[in-house]
Design a protein around this ligand. Sequence first.
Ligand code: B12
Ligand code: SF4
Length: 434
Amino acid sequence: MKILLINPPDSGRSIPEEEYGVTSIKQIFRGEPFGLEVIAGALAGHDVTILDMKCEKEDALWRSVSDFRPQVIGLTAVTCEANTVLRYARKIREASDSVIVVGGNHATCDPSYFNRSEIDYIVIGVGKKSFSELISHIQKGDRGVEIPGIAKTSAGSSFSYLPRNYGVDDLMDHCPPRYDLVEGYREHYVLEKLGMKMGFVMTAYGCTHACSFCTIPGTTGGKYLLHSPDSVIRDIGLLGDVPFIRMVDANTFGNPAASRDLCRKIKNLGIRKRFIADVRADTVVRHYDLLKEWKEAGLHAVVVGFEDIQDGRIEGYNKMYKADIIPRSIELLHELNMLIVGDFIVPPDYTMQEFADLEQFIVRNGIQVPVLSVLTPIPGTPLYERMKERIVIRDLDFYTFTNAVVPTALPEKAFYETFSELVKRLHERAPRQT
Ligand code: B12
Ligand code: SF4
């Protein structure tokens, strides 16, 4: 069958960018549509194309639909891309009779959002195996089948689907991601400041924790699923001469023993790459030796979701550690000479004093690349349940993690001015090399 997989363009709106002169909020890491490459890996025998609209102009989409004439079109979306994907789906529906499937982070968090006539199926959570099962059924002409983890849309009537009991089988380690399908785009997937190519691999899916704001635990039903070290090494090899490897796990060192095993294999095989991984602050402190081994294996930068510096707020996020672990983890990362990309969440009820304390903390602790986002309740998360009554901005275009979607404690203008000025100051301080 002919299958077209579409990565939507950069979407969404940002008040600090539109009104307060911030230009630096855009992600420092650009990257390939890895979720689509992964699902394409399980579609052997089919004619699959990936269209990355983050690198194309809009007419490429309509050309692809009319020239390639796909029988199935799959779209992926995070929350701020959901409306763009619906817009695409509506236009595709008018122009073709393709089966239209949506998957990815937003489809997983809030599948009912896509229960509309322009969509046929919604794939929830880890989608590699379930989507390949769906394709087999569609090929046989069986479109009514119930597959766990996939919802058939029923616009206008009640919405339900069979939940899937995700397991390592869903990762289908024996089928590598189809990196070849984005080869033509590879020059776009660069580390902005260095202009160096970067490729994605995944070592583990899901997370060992369940922070209240985070969408990741929902993608695996709360499980932490490990890829085999051999499959990770195979994937690094498939990326060829790409110098930077971003491990796009949400939590790379969640199983220290397995992670040590992978690290040693990389070292023993003499693989020489610069790795970027996501790590929890408490993992750095508890498993410093592991980080040290990874440093020797090429770990260059770590993305750490510190989120806040106060115990009360950290507890509210269910991070499961105390604030004092944060400076200790930073100290250890400095000892390793590791580049720290530190994520912090600014809640809409932040006070001037809290803004000042956060800035002081970041500067004092020498976090080289601080990334500030505004607390955003994504449907499907515990945080959303807590905040939903107070939400004043419901348009998902604003769910770029840069806007206050509930009222701010400070006057709104003061909140955005303070946030934007802080982002600009921190950006100016950041080192040229990431
Ligand atoms: C790499 C990455 C990026 C890359 C994206 C590259 C690309 N795709 O074009 C870049 C850096 C550009 C990026 C940008 C942003 N990102 Co981002 N990103 C990630 C990251 C780290 C990894 C994604 C990934 O590759 N996962 C691995 C693959 C295999 O998993 P997957 O994509 O979920 O795919 C699986 C399933 O979802 C499903 N699936 C996915 N798509 C489809 C499609 C179909 C048809 C089917 C059947 C199945 C299916 O099957 C796949 C295999 O199981 C995640 C965190 C994480 N660890 O997941 C955040 C994450 C996805 N990003 C997030 C956010 C918020 C953003 C930004 C808004 C941040 C910002 N302020 O700029 C922007 C959005 C861009 C925009 N404005 O349009 C959030 C999304 C939360 C949400 N619901 O909105 C996440 C979860 C991180 C977080 N902090 O919570 N991001
Ligand atoms: S924020 Fe990080 S540690 Fe917390 S659940 Fe999400 S991925 Fe896991």
